[in-house]
Design a binder for this molecule. Structure first.
Ligand SMILES: Cc1ncc(COP(=O)(O)O)c(C=O)c1O
Length: 363
């Protein structure tokens, strides 16, 4: 069978070892003779596995004391609501950075709960850069950032300084590089890019920021409920958490987040260099903000506008023949996008670069 490299933006490629281990657990979890999806979450093996997953995440991200780790359902999109519902009083305001479609969705949802100050936006330039010069609002409850903009391939290289705390959607680059968790009040991330499958969302929250607002919060949407019940207030997505567990073991064995960051930089450099040296393709994100996770690129002006659609089709078809899958760009940027998350091996990026060069030569 030919090797397939899956460049999907999410759900995306997972370490083979992790998916194999998870497959085995579907039939028989941890030698119990019962499949993991058939086992109550209120059993010792499952409770132990969830606790281990939390501890691995704490270790890999060097999460300081005073922070709680939760595994919730509802995706990152639910966090667009839960974050302001728990942290923003109706008579208070929060600062939001508008750096992409997901950031924009987050700020739109937050408006339901309090005043939102959009402190900067790169919308006018199709979100091709991260605006770094902006004023924060005195007294704002928090500053919301999207650490990596999956669709536009931009990434905060340095997080902004703030007098309050950061609330961060880290869905598409969590565990790709070391971060200083102490700068954040809240981090949330859907697992389906760098951590595991869809169905579980990781939340890391500093406990002292909770319980400060007047709003009555529905039980299921109150972080304190899930903290006191150790993510087991209701039935958690056990299988999805188990896949995260296996991915975290894989990452730890590779040397952890600092080690994977080196590989991520190596992969990203390889691909950006190929794009910069190409006459046929060009990257769309501002150079200084280029993401190490998502690399959008389009056909350059050497291809007449009228021919672009046909050339794109040819490119994608030829890519699939080479085992390079899911390279179609998001509709708001067009062209192509290669997502090269933690689990994408260097060989996958090398195969893509070889293909880009071959395609250009034939063109
Ligand atoms: C940065 C970012 N935030 C949020 C989301 C939405 O996540 P979910 O589908 O888990 O709600 C995505 C999905 O691609 C994303 O890339």
């Amino acid at each position: 069978m030919k090797t397939i490299y899956n460049f999907s933006a999410g759900p995306s490629t997972l370490p083979k070892q992790a998916t194999e281990e998870a497959s085995a657990a579907i039939a028989n979890f941890a030698g119990t003779g019962i499949g993991i999806m058939e086992m109550s979450h209120r059993t010792k093996p499952i409770e132990g596995m969830v606790e281990e997953t939390e501890n691995l995440l704490r270790e890999l991200l060097s999460i300081p004391s005073g922070y709680e780790v939760l595994f919730l359902g509802g995706g990152a999109s639910l966090q667009f609501n839960m974050a302001p519902m728990n942290l923003l009083d109706s008579n208070a305001s929060a600062d939001y950075t508008d750096t992409g479609v997901w950031a924009n969705k987050a700020l739109k949802e937050a408006k339901r709960f309090g005043k939102v100050n959009v402190v900067c936006s790169s919308k006018e330039s199709v979100y091709n850069h991260i605006p770094k010069k902006f004023e924060q609002t005195p007294g704002a409850a928090y500053l919301h950032v999207t650490s990596n903009n999956t669709i536009y391939g931009t990434q905060w290289k340095e997080f902004p300084q703030t007098d309050t705390y950061l609330v961060c959607d880290m869905s598409s680059d969590i565990l790709s590089r070391p971060i200083d968790v102490s700068k954040f009040g809240l981090i949330y991330a859907g697992a389906q890019k760098n951590m595991g499958p869809a169905g579980v969302t990781t939340v890391i929250v500093r406990s002292d920021i909770l319980g400060k607002i007047e709003r009555e919060i529905p039980t299921m949407l109150d972080y304190r409920t899930h903290i006191s019940e150790k993510s087991m207030f209701n039935t958690p997505p056990v299988f999805a958490i188990y896949v995260v567990n296996r991915v975290l073991h894989w990452l730890k064995n590779l040397g952890g987040v600092a080690a994977i960051e080196k590989t991520n930089i190596e992969k990203a450099n390889l691909l950006y260099e190929a794009l910069d040296n190409s006459k046929l393709f060009k990257g769309t994100a501002a150079k200084e903000d280029r993401s190490t996770m998502n690399v959008p690129f389009v056909l350059s002006s050497v291809v007449p506008e009228a021919q672009k659609e046909a050339v794109e089709k040819d490119f994608l078809k030829a890519a699939v023949e080479k085992g390079l899958e899911q390279l179609k760009g998001h509709r708001s940027v067009g062209g192509f996008r290669a997502s090269i998350y933690n689990a994408m091996p260097v060989e996958g990026v090398e195969a893509l670069v070889t293909f880009l060069n071959e395609f250009e030569k034939k063109f």
